[in-house]
Design a protein around this ligand. Structure first.
Ligand code: C2E
Ligand code: MG
Ligand code: MG
Length: 575
């Protein structure tokens, strides 16, 4: 009896232990979010554990129910899933796969593990895991890796990847691959005027329009704010670049609407470079298309330009100069030359114009015509311009003190420099430092200063004039100005451009224009200076028509400061 009692207690205790374990397994399975199928082949029995109900709305009770799973899977995955659900059919121990279930809108991962006894399957566990969230995140990452989020077009990396593949194939097939860089003109103005949100909407709208051209021969990327790249393989017939650009121009001739109601009109420019003519790889091809795009901009709105090799050479030259310029600023490699200006009647020295020179490492003088436009583009003009002001005024102060000369110092000011808010205060500070009277200084500006913001520029000119500083309009006749707009300008001097002087003797119409400039300017009370006077004949003619002052190689080339000092010495000695 005792024995039996003891055995009964033992069985109860074991049962209790088993129950506890079973409960623990149940708990683990039900909280794991996974579903499990347990199949006992010996007993021909199937059990469901865990979160089965969270996935499927049918109960799996018999072995045959596993086929129902197969029916729910996406068609293209069915045959692979069959192998994962039944690995024992091929004698395998473990199999895993991911599979989409359209009716559940879920991605599920299946993992089957089979145990064999004596070569026959004994047990199988199938674990089912919901990986939908993970898949979506992956898809988003994939999207971000390949596409531009704002427009849905390709991003630069993906574009380059496909373009490189196309170029590789074209090397064998002999096909042409064209890259077009399309850029919205004056986008910054739109962005500044309407705000960033409207700017983004415009980029998006234009991007969506371009997307319509995407097909098996055309890929399109959105790269930066207002720049898009289009690559076309075999760009002939319906895929010709001219046709494509024609359609783009046709579209931009119609307005875009942003923020619901604002009508925005845009224009675009495009540069085109083709493999193999322009470049042999994708990055160079893209670069070339971008360079010619900037060239196209010089031809006005809605222009397109094809790459030609000299353009690239120009660009390389520019880069070299740009780097050297930076070095020159740091190493102080600039010099000022001065060119005298004389009163046409009395031949008295009216003043000198400071003209910058750059002496490169080999001692060669580089003309400002070459580097000033580059310095203006990359902002170097600001430190260079400040140096010119200080150096010129410092030299002028020394001449005044040593030779008691009564002349004007003319300084060339670039538009970028002039528009800086601290320009006037810096100039006044330098004048103060060297104790130079502002009335002895003349600033030469060109019409480009006036183009962007006429009102603001004019009010700044007025401030300068209040301090007594003179203003001279340089290169008159080469820009956009007409005589009539001179009336409103607070200037003192007008410099007639060398191009008039060059032809004034031979060409009657130039004579008519030059004479009307001189007489009109006299009426307005400004002084005139003729630039680039090279011959006696030109000088005599200009004196006759009462042009006030003469500057040119005939009377003196631009020269180093010491030569000007020599000249002043002679004059003060009355030679
Ligand atoms: P610009 O202000 O119109 O200067 C007159 C240019 O004509 C100078 O060229 C001068 O050397 C040249 N020139 C004067 N007389 C004659 C002549 O009889 N025959 C010929 N063939 N040329 C003559 P440069 O020194 O090469 O300067 C070119 C331009 O570079 C200047 O034109 C000016 O716009 C700019 N520049 C020069 N120095 C500076 C500077 O310090 N700052 C800025 N922003 N620009 C400067
Ligand atoms: Mg000048
Ligand atoms: Mg000039």
């Amino acid at each position: 009896m005792n024995d039996l009692q003891f055995q009964l207690d033992m069985v109860r205790a074991l049962n209790q232990q088993l129950n506890n374990k079973e409960k623990m397994y149940q708990l683990v399975c039900s909280t794991s979010q996974n579903a499990f199928l347990y199949i006992d082949f010996k007993k021909n029995k199937l059990d469901v554990l865990g979160n089965w109900k969270g996935f499927f709305d049918f109960q799996a009770e018999a072995l045959g129910d596993m086929v129902k799973l197969l029916d729910l899977a996406e068609d293209r995955d069915k045959s692979e899933l069959r192998q994962v659900l039944f690995p024992e059919k091929s004698g395998e121990e473990n199999k895993v796969m991911e599979c989409y279930f359209p009716s559940l809108k879920k991605w599920l991962e299946f993992e089957a593990t089979v145990q064999y006894e004596g070569g026959a399957p004994a047990e199988k566990v199938l674990r089912i895991r919901d990986i939908t969230k993970f898949k979506k995140q992956n898809e988003e990452l994939r999207y971000m890796a390949y596409y531009d989020v704002l427009t849905g077009l390709y991003n630069r990396n993906y574009f380059v990847r496909i373009l490189s593949e196309w170029i590789r194939e074209a090397q064998d097939s002999g096909e042409i691959v064209a890259v077009m860089c399309v850029d919205i003109d004056n986008f910054k103005k739109i962005n500044d005027g309407l705000g960033l949100v409207a700017g983004d909407e415009l980029i998006q709208a234009f991007g969506l329009f371009l997307k319509e051209f995407m097909d098996e021969r055309t890929i399109i990327a959105h790269v930066t704010d207002d720049t898009y790249y289009i690559a076309v393989r075999n760009p002939v017939g319906s895929h010709s670049i001219e046709k494509l650009f024609g359609k783009i121009v046709q579209r931009v001739n119609e307005p875009f609407y942003v923020m619901g109601k604002h009508e925005v009109s845009i224009s675009v420019c495009a540069g085109v470079a083709e493999f193999p003519e322009a470049a042999g790889n994708s990055l160079e091809l893209i670069n070339c298309s971008e360079i010619v795009m900037f060239r196209a901009k010089e031809h006005g709105p809605n222009s397109m330009k094809y790459f030609e090799p000299p353009i690239f050479q120009d660009f390389i030259d520019n880069i070299n100069i740009e780097n050297k310029l930076k070095e020159a600023v740091n190493m102080n490699r600039f010099l000022l030359y001065y060119q005298p200006q004389y009163d046409s009647k009395s031949q008295k020295l009216r003043g000198v114009e400071a003209l910058i020179r750059w002496q490169d490492d080999s001692g060669k003088m580089i003309s400002p015509g070459v580097f000033i436009p580059i310095a203006e583009k990359n902002g170097m003009i600001v430190p260079i311009g400040t140096w010119v002001l200080e150096e010129g005024i410092r030299k002028y102060a020394a001449w005044r003190e040593n030779y008691n000369c009564d002349m004007v110092l003319s300084l060339n000011i670039s538009a970028i420099q002039y528009k800086r808010p601290d320009f006037v205060s810096n100039l006044l500070e330098i004048l103060e430092k060297y104790r130079v009277n502002p009335k002895d200084i003349e600033l030469e500006i060109t019409e480009s200063v006036l183009i962007d913001d006429f009102e603001q520029v004019v009010s700044k000119l007025r401030i300068l004039k209040e301090y007594g500083i003179k203003i001279s309009l340089d290169d008159f006749g080469t820009g956009y100005s007409s005589l009539s707009y001179l009336k409103g300008l607070p200037i003192d001097t007008l410099k007639i451009d060398k191009s008039f002087i060059d032809t004034v003797i031979q060409d009657e119409s130039t004579q008519v224009i030059t004479e009307s400039i001189v007489s009109m300017v006299k009426k307005l009370g400004f002084e005139t200076v003729a630039e680039g006077v090279e011959t006696e004949e030109q000088y005599e003619y200009l004196k006759k028509i009462e042009c006030d002052n003469i500057q040119g190689f005939l009377l003196g080339k631009p020269m180093p400061a010491e030569e000007i000092a020599g000249l002043l010495k002679q004059r003060s000695a009355g030679v």
